[in-house]
Design a protein. Structure first.
Lengths: 373, 364
């Protein structure tokens, strides 16, 4: 099959297409080299590096106050939770006691972030499967969360609200009412979400039994977050290694046994409701007091290694700091959830169709800047 | 109003014919000139039609998606689509170096021309039809199947892997769904006893087939809607241009006016399919009558037949647009499963039911 240019099929009879780095469904600059047999996928090879900004190396020359801001640009949809992870890790090194009020505000913000992230994911899943409308529905609710963020943190996406020792400012006086209004609005829209996408026959056909990964495989690929919980692997850091007072809150770790796209979808849908539940517990019980602990101008961590893990909207984020006692870290390593989740993509997608690949990618919920950093 | 419109359409054509015969004195030349006039009239009709459909699609999509839609250019954004067309006209029409240039440039023409040809036997109003061919329904289904050649040509000649995949998908899809479309058309042909479009419309004088034909016709109407949505490559069956999978499918490499041709063809096809559904199932230009309610029927008769036809057509267009903005896309194997395992057997059984019904005279 030779056309005027180079052969479309290689000599071995392989049909290779490059999905990305610019492609509508990779949600960023992910480059997948896909070997096809007709429509069926034989092999997938992710190529990374298109958005590598060497955040880890950069952090080595930044102070302990400053390096946190770079993490907002990793998984930009859970920017606040990334910041929280770094702040917690630095606090661990400094052995600072964070005020209760700051902890509560951090959790509120983290859950709002998770909610907005899952909403964007829900819209994008619809979009990837060819239904454009959910995207706009999701953005309608997400917008009000973004407005809350803007009011209190001063930014909509890269909040940079967490600092070592607490949060940067106190919450806006309007915060409580606004969150309550938003929750009311979101709660009333859950049914709409179920109607337009979850219950749809085509949607069920596209996701049920597609992109299966067993619990063993999920563990061995290092999958975390909803991707692993969809296969029945209990891995919610908020439950297993609680931080910032998650241990005092009531919420369920959502587990599904299906291991397919539909299970991952259902996990995230239920997690949204759990986030709403967590926020509702806290919003009227924010303790009075300081919003930030007293810390020195220049932070210096004692010599040693510090590790902190948190649950972002996509899975487990680990921050590993090696300190030599100076004012900036000696070495920083992030264990990003998306990188590990992406590694399971080939196992999930081999033998499926191109349309399934898109469905699988959207239920893994990849954020590419977090894969590359 | 009704009288003026209905008389003017047919008498206008007759007047032109008589004037031409008097002026030219050659039967063949008159035919040629009349064809040219008909073609030009069709073009003049199609361009505003596509503007209206484009505007309608955006507004329908916007209302479903809780947003406003175009509202800046012109009153209520009506001129937005004109602005977009002008933009497309001035854009450079790129032809990739490695493409088969002849086929690449020919493909959009074929797609547009076939969709325009299908317009010929459609009765737009009483006595207003370009060509009342005796095999109207057969003509429609055979001409519309040529469009797939244009799409395959576009995908193949682009020398792009995405285009090739899209074209192959489209080929499989259109060839399969044509069967269901054909079978659901046949059920009406059986009932009406004629392939001629005007006969089919006249057979619905005392009631539209969707009311007269009981459940079997209702089934074939639904099958026709589903299968024809697939045949014109619209969501949820838009696998040939599945944006999230194949970027733009068979027209990935097209730009400027050549791309606009595909867009144009899509809207013309949308109109044609809805027009055929309106003609066969909803009585074409026939007004809505209820049994012996003479006053009601008399009032209905006062609405011009062209308004009846366009009203029905746009109602169906609206339904097909709603499909697009509320359903996710099917996967390629599910698409073929739906056709070969569900729609085709159902429509085959349905044709038998309709035949029995027609023989026994059970319909009204």
């Amino acid at each position: 099959m030779s056309l005027l240019g180079e052969d479309i099929v290689t000599e071995d009879g392989e049909f290779v297409i490059n999905i990305g780095p610019q492609h509508p469904s990779t949600h960023g600059v992910l480059h997948l080299k896909v070997w096809l047999d007709g429509e069926t996928i034989k092999r997938i090879q992710p190529h990374l590096g298109y958005i590598h900004r060497s955040i880890e190396k950069m952090s080595e020359s930044l102070s302990y106050r400053n390096f946190i801001y770079a993490t907002s640009r990793m998984d930009y949809l859970s920017a606040h939770i990334n910041n929280q992870a770094c702040a917690l890790c630095v606090e661990k090194g400094l052995q600072v006691e964070v005020p209760e009020r700051a902890k509560a505000i951090r959790i509120l913000m983290a859950e709002l972030t998770r909610l907005s992230s899952h909403q964007l994911w829900w819209g994008c899943t619809g979009l990837d499967l060819g239904a454009v409308t959910p995207f706009f529905y999701a953005f309608r609710e997400r917008e009000s969360i973004m407005a809350i963020m803007e009011e209190t943190c001063g930014a909509r996406l890269t909040q940079n609200y967490c600092v070592p020792g607490g949060v940067m400012y106190d919450i806006h006086p309007n915060f409580r009412n606004r969150v309550k209004d938003t929750l009311k609005q979101i709660r009333s829209k859950f049914n709409e979400y179920e109607e337009i996408l979850t219950g749809n026959v085509i949607f069920e056909q596209r996701t049920k039994g597609v992109g299966y990964i067993s619990a063993e495989d999920a563990i061995s690929f290092g999958c975390t977050g909803p991707t692993a919980r969809g296969s029945g692997v209990s891995c919610d850091v908020r439950k297993l290694f609680p931080y910032d007072g998650y241990e005092k809150l009531q919420f369920k770790e959502i587990l599904e046994q299906g291991g397919d796209c539909y299970a991952r979808y259902m996990v995230r849908m239920a997690e949204m409701k759990q986030s709403v539940f967590i926020i509702e517990q806290l919003i009227d019980n924010i303790p009075e007091g300081e919003f930030q602990a007293k810390t020195k101008m220049v932070l210096k961590l004692p010599k040693g290694e510090f590790y902190q893990r948190v649950e972002t909207a996509r899975g487990e984020l680990g921050v590993y700091i090696v300190s030599d006692g100076a004012a900036s870290p000696y070495r920083i390593k992030y264990r990003s959830p998306n990188f590990s989740n992406l590694s399971a993509l080939e196992r999930m997608a081999t033998g499926t169709k191109i349309g399934d690949l898109v469905a699988i990618m959207s239920t893994i919920d990849l954020v590419i800047p977090d894969v590359d950093r | 109003m009704k009288l003026i419109l209905d008389i003017s359409f047919s008498s206008f054509a007759t007047g032109i014919h008589q004037w031409l015969v008097g002026a030219v004195h050659s039967e063949g030349l008159v035919k040629v000139i009349e064809m040219v006039i008909a073609g030009l009239a069709l073009l003049v009709f199609l361009v505003p039609l596509c503007f209206i459909l484009g505007y309608m699609e955006r507004k329908v999509a916007a209302f479903i998606q809780v947003r406003l839609g175009p509202n800046r250019v012109g009153p209520k954004g009506t001129l937005q689509i004109v602005a977009d067309t002008i933009k497309l006209l001035f854009k450079e029409g790129l032809t990739p170096n490695a493409s088969d240039k002849f086929l690449f440039n020919l493909a959009p023409m074929i797609v547009v021309v076939t969709s325009m040809l299908v317009m010929a036997p459609i009765a737009f109003a009483k006595n207003f039809q370009i060509w009342d061919i005796s095999i109207g329904v057969l003509y429609v289904s055979s001409i519309s199947s040529i469009a797939v050649i244009g799409i395959l040509m576009a995908g193949w000649s682009s020398n792009n892997k995405y285009s090739l995949l899209g074209a192959m998908r489209s080929g499989a899809q259109i060839v399969s769904y044509e069967l269901s479309v054909g079978l659901s058309l046949i059920s009406i042909v059986i009932l009406a006893g004629s392939l001629r479009m005007s006969d089919i419309v006249m057979s619905q004088e005392n009631g539209w087939w969707i009311f007269k034909g009981h459940i079997p016709v209702l089934i074939s109407f639904v099958i026709f809607l589903i299968a024809s949505t697939a045949e014109i490559n619209r969501a949820p069956f838009d696998l040939a241009e599945a944006e999230q999978e194949l970027t733009a499918g068979f027209h990935t490499e097209y730009s400027g006016m050549k791309f606009a041709m595909f867009l144009l063809a899509e809207y013309i096809n949308l109109f044609v399919v809805s027009a055929i559904a309106a003609t066969l199932f909803l009585g074409g230009w026939m007004p809505f009558h209820i049994g012996h309610w003479h006053t009601f029927n008399f009032v209905m008769d006062y609405i011009p037949s062209s308004v009846w036809f366009l009203g029905k057509t746009f109602a169906i267009i609206f339904i097909i647009m709603q499909f697009r903005w509320t359903f996710p896309r099917l996967r390629v194997d599910q698409l073929l499963t739906l056709e070969w395992k569900y729609l085709l057997p159902v429509s085959m059984v349905n044709v038998i039911l309709v035949t029995v019904m027609a023989i026994m005279g059970w319909h009204f």
